[in-house]
Structures are given as C-alpha cells and as structure tokens.
Design a binder for this molecule. Structure first.
Ligand code: AMP
Length: 290
C-alpha cells in the first residue's frame, strides 16, 4: 500500500491510472477507522480496480469549540486496516497541504445544510463540501462510497456532485452498528462506561419511531413524542433533535404518507451522537435503495 501525503502526488497518481483506463474507488474518512469504515472500503473494493482511502481530520468542518484537537488519530491501526482490506493508496495530507496560506474558496450547499446538523454546527457543512470538492479534484474517483450514518452529509454530497458536475458515482452504504444497536462512530471512544451503557437509547428511539410508522401511524407529532419518551428514560441524555423528514429534501414532515427518514442527535455529557433510520409506510412500493 502506498502512502501519499502531498496533494500534487495524489493528483499525479490518479491522472496516471485514469490514463491507463483503471477505475478508481474512493472512501473519504477522518481516520480512527472502525467497522463502518471497513464496510465502505469493502464495497468500493468490489467495484473498482484501484482504491484510495483518505485520512484527513478536516479542521474547517469543526467549530472552535468542538473536538478537533482531541479527535482520535490511531494512524498505525488505520493503515493496518487499510492494508487488510486491499487499499492501494492511503492519502494522508497535512492541514497545511490542504489549506496553504492564502486559501479562500468555500463551497456551500445552502438549502440542504440549513437544518439539523447544519443548525447545530453552523460551519460544518461548508467545511465538508469544500474538502469533498478538493478531494474529488485530486482523487478523481469513478466511485465514492459514503455511509448512511451521516445521512445529511450524504444527501449534501449527492447534491454537490450533481450541481458541480463533479462526475463519478456515489454509493451510500447502510450504517454498521454495535450489537446493542449503537451506530459505530470514531467518537464512541469518548463515552465513559456509564455513558456507553445508555448510548443505545438513540437507536432504540429511532426504532420505536420506525415501528410506529411500519404499524401504520402517520401522525408525526405522535411519532416524535414516542421517540423523545425513549430518550427521556435516561436523565443524562439530552435531545438536540428527533425529526421525521422527507428522505431527499430533509424537510420536516407533518404526516408520513410514503418514505421518511428519522433523524436524531443527542448529547450525553460532552459527547454528541447522531443516527438515523429510513422507513417506509406499509403498502407502498419501495424505490431503489439509496
Ligand atoms: P468519518 O471518518 O466519521 O468522517 O466518516 C467517514 C465515512 O464513514 C462517512 O461516509 C461516514 O458516513 C461513514 N461512516 C461513519 N460511521 C459509519 C457507520 N457506523 N456505518 C457506516 N458508515 C459509517
């Protein structure tokens, strides 16, 4: 496996492979790789000749009060996982290489970024959209794989790729979970033992919402109330949002008539967890899986 650290070397490598007719798969990450990342890597590996994984803790998607400095960076572990999965290139640029002095361009996707994570983390999605645009420009992937775990991010990237004609296919893979339902996340290591025990309540709340919809309940207020009650079983977990939304626009619904996405964000102590579930009213034909 090749480790590339400069933006120029990354672009040159991709340019050469493209000229040779090789298809390039890409999985962008911030490292601290876990089973969720592994499933994206495996999905991309199956569909492409050459596979690039980027490991870059992108400073522009963190606000000054967030956990940038504390974000885990187990690079030896990450490289070992990439090797195990047959990754060809680990792209590990420095922040200086990505954002040299004088850098000023910002990419925004204003409508999809307005609510939910965008409201809780005002500069987050501009950071994400900008870094994804830069990475796509260097890696020039034929296929990029994202996780449903970050549902709003995946929706925003689809929009970005479409709007800016960035080319290449986008695949979104299902969320990989721990046995108790907690969505795998690099941030789960921040949870204390007590916090870890109550963390699965978020996925339980979403499942409770899904069960109601699958049982025919269409009243969003009732569904949201029930999800909230699940979280309120713990006095130390706080709801940031729990919402029933249209799966493409992410606008809140008042009535579920077909498909919906249940989006949730909670805080336990200083840790913020997000999760989501796609759901479909019974008796409707499903659209192709995302
Ligand atoms: P991150 O390293 O957290 O920026 O995530 C990199 C990619 O991995 C994103 O596309 C995430 O949505 C995806 N991802 C993170 N956690 C999971 C998970 N539990 N299951 C599937 N994909 C995930």
């Amino acid at each position: 496996m090749k480790i590339i650290r400069t933006t120029h070397s990354m672009a040159t490598w991709s340019e050469r492979l493209r000229r040779e007719g090789v298809t390039i798969g890409f999985v962008p990450t911030m490292g601290a790789l876990h089973g969720g990342h592994r499933s994206l890597i495996q999905a991309a590996r199956l569909r492409c000749d050459a596979l690039v994984v980027s490991i870059f803790v992108n400073p522009t998607q963190f606000s000054p009060t967030e956990d940038l400095a504390a974000y885990p960076s187990p690079i030896a572990h990450d490289r070992a996982l990439c090797r195990e999965e047959g990754v060809d290139v680990c792209f590990e640029p420095t922040a200086q290489a990505m954002y040299p002095g004088g850098f000023q361009t910002v990419v925004t996707v204003p409508v999809l970024a307005r609510r939910w994570e965008g409201e809780a983390r005002p500069h987050h999605f501009a950071g994400v959209a900008t870094v994804v645009t830069k990475l796509f420009g260097m890696v020039r992937p034929h296929l990029t794989v994202f996780g449903q775990k970050d549902y709003q991010q995946a929706a925003l990237v689809r929009q970005l790729v479409n709007d800016l004609n960035l080319g290449g296919a986008i695949q979104v893979r299902p969320t990989v979970r721990e046995r108790d339902g907690l969505a795998m996340s690099s941030r789960n290591v921040y949870l204390s033992a007590d916090e870890r025990r109550i963390a699965p309540l978020l996925s339980q709340a979403l499942r409770a919402g899904r069960q109601m919809i699958e049982g025919g309940m269409s009243d969003v207020a009732a569904i949201e109330r029930s999800m909230r009650q699940t979280i309120e079983q713990s006095p130390t977990m706080y709801v940031e949002y729990l919402a029933v939304c249209a799966p493409d626009s992410l606008e809140p619904l008042s009535l579920v008539t077909d498909r919906a996405v249940l989006l949730g964000a909670v805080r336990i102590g200083s840790v913020r967890l997000i999760d989501n579930l796609l759901v479909k009213m019974p008796g409707r034909k499903s659209r192709a899986t995302r």
